[in-house]
Design a protein around this ligand. Sequence first.
Ligand code: F6R
Length: 609
Amino acid sequence: MCGIIAYTGRRQCKDLLYQGLRKLEYRGYDSAGLAVLADGRIEVVRAVGNLDSLEKELAGNGCTGASIGLGHTRWATHGRPSTKNAHPHLDCTGKISIVLNGIIENYQELRDQLASEGHKFASETDAEVVSHLVEKHYDDDLVDAVRRSIDVISGHFAFCVIHGDHPELIVGARKECPLLIGVGEGENFIASAIPAFLSETRDVMVIEDGEMVVVTPESIKIIDLDLQPVEREVTRVSWNAEAAEKGGFETFMRKEIFEQPDALADTMAGRLPESGGIVLEELAIPNEELAQIDKVYIVACGTSYHAGLVGRYVLENWSRVAVELDVASEFRYRDPVLSPTTLVVGISQSGETADTLAAMRQARSQGAKVIAITNIMGSQATRDADGILYTRAGLEIGVAATKTHVAQIAAIQLLALYLAQIKKTLGSEELEAIIAELKTIPDLMREYLKNESATHEIAKRYYQQPFFLYLGRGVGLPVCLEGALKLKEISYIPTEAYAAGEMKHGPIALLDKGSPVVVVATDGHVYDKVVSNIEEVRARDASVIAVATEGNERINSLSEDVMYIPETSEMLSPLLSVVPLQLLAYHIAQLKGCNVDQPRNLAKTVTVE
Ligand code: F6R
């Protein structure tokens, strides 16, 4: 987590760094700060809270005249959010400054050692040890000092350093956390993510794991840990700066919900050719090997895990393959039974989630084939996998995932259909019928989104309720889990999501007169069972808010409120049924006055365990 940016060039850097941080705010917003270097002096400005606080702090402060500097937006791990714990950090002399994303696992040991050598610490953070380590090893050569510091650090990190005696130089280093270079003319950027410099340049160089980078306004040198130069191509990204703006929507989350039809269409594009069948080029695992797969193991976290849960149903149903699934933080510390005929699918929109990456690596070391489903090109997940299946949802800024989620569901559906095609577990007519229907979903969703007022009205009736229960069966269950997660994370209302058939084994005790119970009751082979569960809810005088399939009039007499979605076959229905639940959560959170784009305590990219 945390976002870092560094600039060296000819322009005044204060505003460039600040604007870059604005684009990185989704990575953490507990505190933020800048360090700029002019006339051999480093000036640091920091503030607790999101970028608005830093903006106020900067307004009353000079920081002008510098054309090299660092910026940081923090998601607190070691040390509570406070000004002294905000980055950038300095060494004892005030000549060295660093910004860091990641965790220094042996920081306590390093800190004790450095303190015993006379270093004075100003914060409670793990990151500050890096500035003192660089100070300790510095002997006129900043690159060497950084290199020697890396030797004693364990953990995962990306950091950048400047020094008062090197007026144009930034040294960066990367181990497992993302770090990229924005290549300009007479100026260069280093940052955790492309949006930080996208308005200035679209030319990007990726820094790989275990590499350092030495940057001045006119030069970029990537080196390995033996200080040997590494060749790296410059890639031109197709995103434009507008993609990182709200485009007329009041929040990023709302914009991204409305971008879902495009995210779906783009994720399918080129993979479902007119000639029929499925083409998944980036998978890079030969069909003969895929034909031998007898178990799929899905690992992911949070919303991505919920997409994985949908995957279980479609993989079992279409590809007739055994499916196991675990949250990555559990999988990595278990002793899962894997073999060369196991296909492990790691799902991560960011491609940087520490637990998911660790689970994928563990699976690979046990000989399983690993596929990454991710939204970010070149992310770490793509390097820890044998094959890749990109979701093409575009940049997602809202911390609560929406469009990447539906794109993940589509991606895993494509994978299931692809395996079915190879294993011939679906007849070609059946396969083509599913494909034909899948292609219609973006338009159905587009139409649905034109009529969101019903969801808004429902939100108005219930937003002051203290608790929501979500129930579903079959493919409706992951949809409930996702709906409940969305509501709790952006509105802070406690929620519980349960398999509807399990309700009577405990959660039913929570129900009281008027308790809102959201039930996914879309058409499918368990619909009648869900109706029985609705009756159980009604018998406790609770209020049913149903998600149902258009044309189902009967559900009206069983529910206080209904959110209708267009008719689809059961296995494709989660693509649509999750949308009203996203909107319900969105409107409730807005009515409660919550910041939906930046829910408290969360971060978009979770690069810590
Ligand atoms: C919730 C949400 C998180 C992420 C989770 C995994 O809205 O976004 O639960 O899904 O942190 O992130 P990725 O997909 O980047 O691995």
